[in-house]
Design a protein around this ligand. Structure first.
Ligand SMILES: C[S@@+](CC[C@H](N)C(=O)[O-])C[C@H]1O[C@@H](n2cnc3c(N)ncnc32)[C@H](O)[C@@H]1O
Length: 278
């Protein structure tokens, strides 16, 4: 069957604004169906086998159901590497890439690092690859996330140790010690849910995203407490945060006894990271 780029684009325009439809149709044609960029921009027909035709139908129907393109592709890019993703795991975000870039400038190469709420493993696996002398451990409560993170660890030949653990109830054992704890925990409040796009709300795991309005800092507080016993003196916490709670997280950490507490902005100018020292 012959399929034109404009057929794909107009199918997507029924569900997305023109710019997004154009972007998605380029990904579908060039990255998923193998059309060359030149042929795509010339608007050339593709000749699809019956199998590819079925595949295209399924891709378009999933996209028109607002499934994120990364789930449809099964992959997401993070700091130059391709990570496996699936609906049980959060799609890595550019803000988190910025956090890891910052860590790579500041963290000593042979550090013992703990990533709490690892999801796809994007933070832990990147740190393990970029700091090969580091010992990287990663926790998540979700078995589904850990299975995908484990696949990424294997596919990208990293050496992260993954452990299924609920950070909210975990009691550390004596001698459990890290130089750095990093976390991008759930931080979207229930109220903020209302403003979220359907591709996030209906597809990404709610356990990776939401915290109750009554206790939006619950993960930061618990990780701060754990850090007081699990971090070496001078060890650091690196948090990605909800932009509304920079001051609240920083002042909570100061009360917990942390020093040199800094709020840092992301590339869009929002308070997005809090860094602190034990
Ligand atoms: C915002 S996602 C971050 C995923 C990944 N680190 C990233 O930056 O893309 C938060 C992660 O925390 C995990 N999580 C939620 N509650 C948890 C808990 N009580 N203990 C450990 N992990 C938890 C979720 O399963 C999810 O993978």
């Amino acid at each position: 069957m012959n399929v034109t780029v404009s057929h794909i684009r107009s199918a997507l325009q029924e569900c997305y604004p023109p710019r997004e439809a154009a972007n998605l149709s380029r990904i579908v044609c060039c990255e998923m169906l193998g059309q060359s960029h030149i042929d795509y921009y010339l608007g050339k027909d593709m000749i699809l086998s019956p199998k590819d035709e079925k595949e295209l139908e399924s891709i378009l129907s999933r996209l028109c159901n607002f499934e994120p393109i990364q789930y449809v592709q099964g992959t997401a890019r993070f700091l130059g590497r391709t990570f496996r993703v699936a609906p049980g795991v959060l799609i890595p975000r550019p803000e988190t890439e910025e956090l890891v870039e910052r860590m790579l400038e500041e963290v000593a190469p042979a550090s013992r690092i703990l990533d709490i709420g690892t999801g796809s493993g994007c933070i832990a696996v990147t740190l393990s690859k970029e700091l090969p002398e580091a010992e990287v451990t990663a926790w998540d409560i979700s078995g589904e996330a850990l299975a995908i993170a484990g696949d990424n660890n294997h596919l990208l030949q990293a050496s992260v140790l993954f452990v299924q653990r609920d950070v909210l109830t975990y009691q550390p054992v004596e001698g459990e010690c890290f130089d750095v704890i990093v976390s991008n925990p759930p931080y979207v409040t229930e109220t903020e849910k209302r403003d979220m796009e359907p591709n996030v709300l209906n597809w990404e795991p709610s356990g990776a995203l939401f915290v109750p309005d009554s206790d939006p800092l619950r993960f930061y507080r618990r990780i701060g407490e754990l850090g007081r016993s699990m971090l070496t003196v001078g060890g650091r916490l690196y948090f990605e945060i909800n932009r509304a709670f920079g001051e609240a997280v920083a002042s909570m950490l100061r009360k917990q006894g942390y020093t040199n507490v800094r709020i840092r902005k992301d590339i869009s100018g929002n308070d997005r990271y809090v860094i602190a020292e034990r």
